[in-house]
Design a binder for this molecule. Structure first.
Ligand code: HZT
Ligand code: MN
Ligand code: MN
Length: 435
């Protein structure tokens, strides 16, 4: 990613202080505006005290700013319901940006509520505000449960969680060290983050089924700085390569090339960073975290899907994983992540009432969105483990166990963004001033 391009975007989009119409002192009586929530509203008067900069005070918009911890719903910060646009990137070597036909298709997409970009942009702004707080406040010594609650309480409040209309997109991934993905604590987990750890924070936000899937990595010791740099660079290279009519295999090749140009020195030993070969990015469909297409992160050798391409209108999670270990993951450890199976068996018999009622609860509370055991606790389910295992055995629910690089001492990192392949340009909707 050329830094100049990123900087242009950053100056155009300062999402840290959303400028909005001023909130009336006692709220507007809108539904969901509890006293506690309004008490979090803090006005930023810092710019109205004096006319030091020569700009008359009347010309300065008042700002409502996010609280700490973040608890102000985004519809209160963006009263006109227009949310910040992500990083817009031109498609290289095409005339799509100026094409009248492409611009018309984009105008039509904006009018249709099911393709309106405000849903995904609202989810993305929630992601940026929640992760800004998380990045500053995740510290060694915290329990994994405290970290998960910090992120999930923020997400629920900012997205104004409302049944299946808006909420958490998938379980908060907090995978540590050799665990690359799909760890989140279950109830009773006492694991604590340590200062030698490398943690992948992967969380999701959805609005009307449009899911933002974005992740970053944190380390607390300089040993792993280069590993994180490698993976951030590789993800940005993947994002740059992505586009309409681009072959999936071309993205894998570029990502691996960038990833494997990095070395990490640990206690006098040099490791070449490896792209984790059996992990990938993916398309995203409404209420469906895996839309059906995978985005490889290594060069593909003669597969049948060699000619599969990205298409106009699709949403993608571009994610890459680097490892100092084997560069492949296996499923290992206690499972926390689950989702209704993509293809439900045509006929089945559940002998236990508990399994039938758990299935109904999952359908009602999560639909096809992934969930974790803590989210079952959250909706009031109790003693559900036997029933959950039955649903997995019957292929009604799919389990997603932790994904681990089994080489002793392996360290892994991840960066991920959600992008939209709009008719006229590529939008990196989850881009922020952090990554
Ligand atoms: C599965 C279950 C979840 C999708 C990627 C991913 C987190 O590894 C095709 C390509 C949440 C997400 C997913 F609970 N997975 N992105 N962020 N995990 S995946 C996948 O299963 S399927 C990658
Ligand atoms: Mn993710
Ligand atoms: Mn993903």
């Amino acid at each position: 990613m050329p830094l100049s391009q990123l900087n242009d975007w950053l100056t155009k989009n300062d999402s840290s202080t959303a400028e909005v119409a001023q909130e009336p002192a006692n709220g507007d009586g809108a539904p969901n505006s509890s006293v506690e929530q309004d008490s979090y509203l803090q006005e930023d008067h810092s710019e109205e005290d004096e006319e030091e900069d020569g700009v008359p005070n009347e010309c300065k918009k008042k700002k409502s700013t996010q609280s700490e911890p973040p608890r102000v719903g985004l519809t209160k910060l963006f009263k006109d319901r227009i949310y910040p646009v992500g990083q817009e990137v031109d498609y290289v070597g095409t005339s799509r940006m100026s094409s009248a036909e492409a611009r018309e298709r984009e105008r039509l997409a904006q009018e249709d509520p099911s393709t309106n970009y405000q849903n995904i942009r609202r989810a993305a702004e929630v992601h940026r505000q929640v992760r800004s707080y998380a990045r500053k406040n995740i510290k060694p010594g915290m329990s994994m449960t405290d970290i998960a609650n910090m992120i999930e309480d923020g997400t629920r409040a900012l997205v104004e969680e409302n049944g299946l209309e808006s909420g958490i997109g998938f379980p908060t991934g907090l995978s540590v060290n050799e665990v690359a993905a799909h760890y989140t604590p279950n109830a009773g987990d006492t694991k604590v983050l340590r200062d030698t750890d490398v943690i992948k924070v992967d969380f999701g936000v959805h609005v009307n089924g449009r899911i933002v899937d974005s992740a970053f990595t944190l380390n607390f010791e300089p040993t792993w700085d280069r590993l994180l740099e490698a993976v951030q660079d590789a993800t940005n290279a993947g994002i740059k390569t992505a586009g309409i009519d681009v072959r999936m295999c071309d993205i894998g090749e570029v990502v691996q090339e960038v990833m494997e140009s990095y070395e990490v020195e640990v206690r006098g030993k040099t490791h070449q960073v490896k792209s984790i070969a059996n992990l990938s990015g993916h398309s995203i469909a409404p209420y469906c975290i895996h839309g059906g297409k995978s985005v490889p992160i290594v060069k593909q050798f003669g597969s049948d899907q060699d000619n599969e391409k990205m298409e106009e209108g699709e949403y993608y999670a571009i994610e890459t994983f680097g490892s100092t270990g084997r560069g492949r993951v296996i499923e290992e450890g206690a499972c926390s992540h689950y989702a209704l199976s993509r293809e439900q068996p045509e006929r089945y018999t559940l002998h236990h009432q508990s399994a039938r009622s758990l299935l109904k609860s999952i359908e009602r509370n999560f639909g096809t969105l992934p969930f974790c055991r803590r989210y079952l606790d959250h909706v009031g389910e109790k003693n559900y483990l036997l029933a959950l295992n039955t649903l997995v055995k019957e292929n009604l629910v799919t389990d997603y166990p932790p994904l681990v690089d089994p080489q002793p001492g392996a360290m892994t990192a991840q960066y991920e963004h959600t992008i939209l392949l709009r008719p006229t340009c590529k939008e990196v909707v989850s881009r922020g001033d952090d990554y």
